[in-house]
Design a protein around this ligand. Sequence first.
Ligand code: PNS
Length: 165
Amino acid sequence: MWNDVAVCPGSFDPVTMGHLDIIERTAANFSRTVVAVLDNQIKSPLFSTAERCEMLRKATGHLPNVEVKHFNGLLVEFARAEGAKVIVRGLRALSDFEYEFQYALTNKHLAPEIETIFMVTRPEFSFLSSSGVKEIVRFGGSVQGLVIPAVEEALLAKRGALLQK
Ligand code: PNS
């Protein structure tokens, strides 16, 4: 285990099993993992920041070295404030790469002391995304196995809002 702090950032609107896989594998390799939930000012999320954090706390309750926090502004400033030297992002497919590469290089420019590392998702989650699960629920499909049960319930409770999006 690296005796260090890692940050797992994202919008988590909502957290999926794919995110959870990356968080679990990060937690297994770092002494402390901080899940950093973006307070979206530009994107308009389905779930509020408090709701997204609450779902993540339920999903990560079995991981004693994981904390869930939210942030505004630059990720590298949040990472610095947390004493983290590593940012961990999940990579699903080649299509993620260009966006992630650009972000990683921008963050490197802003904070040369912080490393971004990529974890390849498990193949069974390689198709999974927050927008995908929202679309499934919008059209009446089941997201069982793709999100934890509490998230499934929360999505069903927001179906009205999803239908209006
Ligand atoms: O789950 P997402 O939406 O792919 O996560 C994107 C996230 C939160 C990692 C990214 O938007 C982010 O770090 N935003 C904070 C602003 C920032 O630091 N930008 C980098 C320089 S452009």
